[in-house]
Design a binder for this molecule. Structure first.
Ligand SMILES: C[S@@+](CC[C@H](N)C(=O)[O-])C[C@H]1O[C@@H](n2cnc3c(N)ncnc32)[C@H](O)[C@@H]1O
Length: 141
């Protein structure tokens, strides 16, 4: 299953970009990042086959890392081709996008800058895929 991060804003050559690269490089599942402008632009069309959409939003569910990993594992095992992770810009997501998502997830109730949220997401994707693989990176408790 491809993990497709669709994120608003240009990350450029920043400390956050280094973090994103550090974790993205370790992910052995298909992994792709598409940047959109802060406003406007079109979310790329989904590939053929089953697709899931996860929107990052501070009003979303606060999942544990193992719980998040098991959701991705289940979707992969169900034959989902791509899971898309949407990160908004300063204005967040519009209501239509939130309503259309399969899952809304929050990294706590606080608001984070979108570039930090991108780095945190990619770290969690690395963590989740290593949990699914039984790799010892993640420790519970
Ligand atoms: C600066 S925030 C936007 C805040 C906006 N005022 C709102 O109400 O959604 C930019 C993006 O970062 C992500 N983000 C920020 N804080 C987050 C959190 N606690 N959990 C999940 N994603 C978060 C979301 O994708 C959000 O659209």
């Amino acid at each position: 299953m491809q993990l497709h991060v669709i994120a608003r804003g240009k990350i450029g050559r920043t400390p956050e970009a280094e973090l994103v690269d550090r974790y993205a490089r370790r992910i052995t599942w298909g992994m792709k990042i598409t940047e959109l402008p802060d406003r406007g632009g079109n979310v790329p069309p989904p590939p053929p086959g089953a697709v899931r959409t996860v929107a990052l939003d501070e009003r979303g569910r606060q999942l544990g890392s193992v719980e998040f990993a098991r959701i991705l594992e289940r979707w992969r095992d169900e034959g989902v081709r791509e899971t898309r992770f949407l990160i908004g810009a300063a204005d967040g997501h519009d209501q239509g996008l939130r309503d259309g998502a399969d899952l809304l997830i929050a990294f706590g109730a606080m608001t984070w800058p979108h570039m930090l949220a991108r780095a945190m997401l990619v770290e969690q994707l690395w963590r989740a895929t290593s949990i699914v693989a039984g790799h010892p990176y993640h420790r519970e408790g």
